[in-house]
Ligand binder design. Structure first.
Ligand code: EZ4
Ligand code: CO
Length: 402
């Protein structure tokens, strides 16, 4: 079998997606997600101009070799644009191989290690009563693990809380919006939020919380300590992770479990965090981390240190990435939890898929390959539109991490 052609499908069914479709000379095709929220066309150009010409004529089964060819062969390594492009190729090739062998992709990754995969939903509210109401709605839908975000008094537009009661969506068309941030107000508020939620929902539901890289290590340590009575499943992205050593300080002060890695694009971003056991969950995502080939290695390394996975699963990752995460997650032994932020009905229609949610768990389904296709006619009705993530400023106007 040979790769005969490859092309990109850009569409915006409620949000932007960049999808790579690789065709073989035997009629089997594979899909890969190449979406990098707010920088979509950079990855599209990288693939179109620099990667696709190198793929034609290659054996699609030689996944490891093609991965190394695109990684080492570029000379310029890593970075979100490069690694998202490599991931798109990698996932499409795994899809092709599993379809050619007529088996669900998880069988090529070791086979099923469990029947279902624990997922967590997103609950949010403008204030504590709103957040509690949202948590209860998700409990009614059967979720056993729920991320809780709330508006902070005295801070307009908090991370994870949508405007106008809609589902939270991390992208907005037009130029970036700006929101305000106050660490002081947040640190005083967050323990009250989780105290109130625990009082309402009891001890059994897993609660998660995303700090979205906004604290310094010592601030995150204070937060982790103050949340210990409410035994969170994890606190996510407590501090930016460029300096991996910062997590040592957090770890010295609190037993609240730590998750990080959704912005990582290489195993090396997580190397110190894992080998020093400064984190409990690795949040890297298949699309931004270099594909299934790269994430399988990162997950296996993490397993040695009892670090489990919690792959990123926001709506800016397309159903192709969700399927890839589910196939890998169901196969590896150290799966921890999967983020589940459902796509809109329109996005689900553009990407028909076999993965399912039921009663707090998901599974990838048993269709050959990834089990995801794309309705290109429907996709064509929703062309790409420029969109950005917001930016954040402190109360005095200083730009800070959103
Ligand atoms: O802000 O995916 O845990 N989930 C998150 C997401 C990220 C977006 C960025 O594109 O932090 O909501
Ligand atoms: Co996050």
């Amino acid at each position: 079998m040979k790769i005969a052609s490859a092309r990109l499908i850009l569409c915006s069914p409620d949000r932007n997606f960049v999808t790579l479709r690789i065709e073989t000379d035997e009629g089997i095709y594979g899909l890969g997600d190449a979406t990098l929220n707010g920088r979509e066309l950079a990855v599209a150009a990288y693939l179109e101009e620099h990667v696709i010409p190198c793929l034609i004529g290659r054996d699609p089964f030689a996944i490891e070799d093609i991965w190394q060819y695109l990684y080492r062969g570029a000379y310029w390594r890593r970075g979100p644009v490069t690694m998202s492009a490599i991931a798109a190729v990698d996932v499409a090739l795994w899809d092709i191989k599993a379809k050619a062998l007529d088996t669900p992709l998880y069988n090529l990754l070791g086979g099923k290690s469990r029947q279902g995969m624990l997922v967590y939903a997103h609950a949010n509210g403008a204030d504590i009563p709103g957040a509690i109401e949202s948590v209860k709605r998700h409990i009614d839908q059967g979720y056993l693990a729920i991320r809780v975000q709330s508006g902070v008094p005295g801070v307009n537009a908090s991370y994870g809380v949508p405007k106008g009661g809609k589902a939270y969506e991390p992208a907005e068309r037009g130029l970036p919006s700006e929101s305000l941030w106050s660490t002081e107000r947040y640190l005083n508020f967050a323990p009250k939020l989780f105290e109130a939620v625990r009082m309402e929902v009891g001890e059994d539901i897993h609660l998660l919380h995303d700090l979205h890289h906004r604290l310094t290590p010592i601030e995150a340590a204070r937060l982790g300590k103050s949340l210990e009575p409410y035994h969170l499943f994890w606190m996510e992205d407590p501090t930016p992770a460029e300096n991996q050593d910062g997590f040592r300080l957090i770890r010295q002060h609190t037993t609240t479990p730590v998750a990080t890695g959704e912005v990582f694009n290489s195993f090396w971003d997580a190397h110190d965090l894992i080998r020093n056991q400064w984190i409990d969950y690795l949040r890297m995502t298949i699309v931004h981390g270099g594909g299934i080939t790269a994430l399988k290695k990162a997950a296996d390394f993490a397993a040695v240190y009892q670090v489990r996975t919690g792959f990123h699963g926001a709506t800016d990752l397309s159903p192709v990435t969700m399927a890839a995460a589910l196939h890998l997650g169901i196969a590896i032994h150290n799966f921890g939890i999967q983020e589940h932020m459902p796509h809109t009905p329109l996005a689900d229609q553009v990407f028909p898929h076999h993965y399912r949610y039921e009663g707090g768990y998901m599974d990838p389904g048993d269709a050959p390959g990834l089990g995801v296709s794309i309705d290109e006619d429907l996709a064509g009705q929703y062309p790409y539109q420029r969109a950005y993530l917001p930016v954040a400023r402190k109360l005095d106007g200083t730009l800070t991490d959103w």
